[in-house]
Design a protein around this ligand. Structure first.
Ligand code: URP
Ligand code: ZN
Ligand code: ZN
Length: 466
């Protein structure tokens, strides 16, 4: 298959110019003005005049088909990756879970089965570690060396389920210093939160808003500071996932100002939604039950500034959707509401509309946050994350004037509510290309189930500084 995209405005993390892009056999083969020979060669030509041609989005934080809190996230690897593609995302990094008593090998086999033959875009995995004895340390090495699983998520929250102690975190961090992996941290103080939850329930405070009120921003700030201190003592980089609060960002910023290799992502929900959503009537607040929770509105500005100044390096989604029937597991007890919300499809449109259009971030920075740095951070660059000769032909033709109204009826995620229902955004993908194949054409999915390939990832480029 060969494809020529003409007249588009190519935007990468560093460049912005008008040129044509020629793709052959899944990779970008040529870039230039008026590629005359290629005009005859190309099986298909797309005129992208007036539109951006950007590298496909890379979402490094998704949970497809994940069992959690007595439910399973509603998107599997087929529906979830189709929705991702509609939103301009052409690669994801999901999470395999090593449960206690099980090996990482088992977890990886399990998650690869969930994805293989279903995903329509490329996918890789981080490994969630819930215990780490000596055998686990050698398995970490094998994951990095042999399997392309080069990052590991650990939790400082969810006691009894995912939470690990500081010694385990330190052991994992230390090992990444030897094997070249990267630790991703869920930074909330789970012990304190557990006490606050028990106190609230004793007082009969059972509504969804108490999920947020029992997970204060200080609990995130403390854990973020501790995680960074542990990584400093271990002498390795650290990546904080789904950072939501100014308190946590301050810790990352302080560390970076000291020259420490501390990195963090935030997610659109923390930029566009707030604590006020928990005050919606009835059980509506359960739609926004996620961890960390939504914060008071003033945090949004601080996060946007962090994105602009590179105190935050990545925007991911933490896509983890549950239908309202599953949220209802916590009708009488907020602590039983499955944690998570949908977002895999709305990242680029929201960040473009709320970030680029009002001038909070530039178009180059948008590409850097949503594609280039995720690729570099997680060992996919330069294969992914840029428009360059030799890179995979993962390309989004993004029309800055194409508006979209977000909602259950217009979006493709397999979930019966949307946190942004009715919101109109300006700018959305008109054509999405994954590995040189058109997968989204206007409002149609034209890709193929199972076309996505497992991504065996390389080492993070974080140690070199990002
Ligand atoms: O609420 C969330 N974030 N659900 C997904 C699990 C996690 O901690 O990322
Ligand atoms: Zn988490
Ligand atoms: Zn998550």
């Amino acid at each position: 298959m060969s494809l020529l995209i003409i007249n588009g405005r190519i935007v990468t993390a560093s460049d912005d110019y008008v040129a044509d892009v020629y793709c052959e056999n899944g990779t970008i083969a040529a870039i230039g003005r008026d590629l005359p020979a290629h005009r005859f060669q190309a099986e298909r030509t797309i005129d992208a005049a007036g539109q951006y041609v950007i590298p496909g989005g890379i979402d490094v934080h998704t949970h497809l088909n994940m069992p959690f809190g007595g439910a399973t996230s509603a998107d599997d690897f087929e529906s979830g990756t189709i929705a991702a593609a509609f939103g301009g995302t052409t690669s994801i990094v999901d999470f395999a879970i090593q449960y206690r008593g099980q090996t990482m090998r088992h977890a990886l086999d399990d998650w690869r089965k969930r994805a293989d033959g279903k995903a329509v875009i490329d996918y890789g995995f981080h490994m969630i570690i819930t215990e780490l004895e000596d055998a686990g340390l050698s398995e970490m090495d094998r994951m990095v060396r042999d399997e392309g699983i080069t990052s590991f998520k650990l939790f400082m929250a969810y006691p009894g389920v995912f939470m690990v102690d500081d010694a385990t975190i330190f052991r994992a961090l230390r090992r990444t210093g030897e094997n070249g992996g990267l630790v991703c941290m869920h930074a909330e103080n789970g012990g304190v939160i557990d006490e606050l939850v028990k106190e609230a329930l004793r007082k009969g405070e059972t509504a969804p808003k108490y999920h947020a009120l029992t997970r204060p921003p200080t609990a995130e700030g403390e854990a973020t500071g501790r995680a960074i201190a542990l990584s400093e003592m271990a002498g390795v980089p650290i990546y904080i996932v789904h950072l939501s609060a100014a308190h946590a960002l301050e810790k990352v910023k302080q560390a970076r100002d000291m020259g420490l290799p501390a990195y963090a992502e935030t997610c659109p929900q923390y930029l566009f939604l707030s604590y006020d959503n928990y005050e919606e009537p009835g059980f509506e607040g359960s739609k926004y039950v996620m961890s960390p929770p939504l914060r008071e509105k003033w945090h949004q500005d601080v996060l946007w500034k962090g994105l602009a100044k590179n105190d935050l390096q990545v925007i991911s989604t933490d896509h983890c959707p549950f239908c309202m029937s599953e949220k209802a597991l916590g009708k009488d007890d907020f602590s039983k509401i499955p944690n998570g919300a949908p977002g895999i499809e709305t990242r680029l449109t929201l960040v473009h509309d709320g970030g680029v259009r009002p001038g909070r971030i530039t178009m180059n920075r948008f590409v850097e946050l949503c594609s280039t740095t995720p690729a570099k951070m997680f060992g996919l660059f330069p294969r992914k994350g840029t428009i360059a000769v030799g890179s995979d032909a993962d390309i989004v033709i993004f029309d800055p004037n194409r508006s979209a109204t977000l909602g259950v009826k217009t979006l493709h995620m397999n979930v019966d509510y949307n946190p942004y229902e009715g919101r109109t955004v300006q700018g959305s993908p008109s054509t999405v290309i994954a590995n040189g194949q058109v997968v989204i054409e206007g409002n149609e999915f034209v890709g193929k189930k199972g076309a996505g390939r497992f991504l065996s990832r390389g080492h993070s480029q974080a140690p070199a500084g990002l």
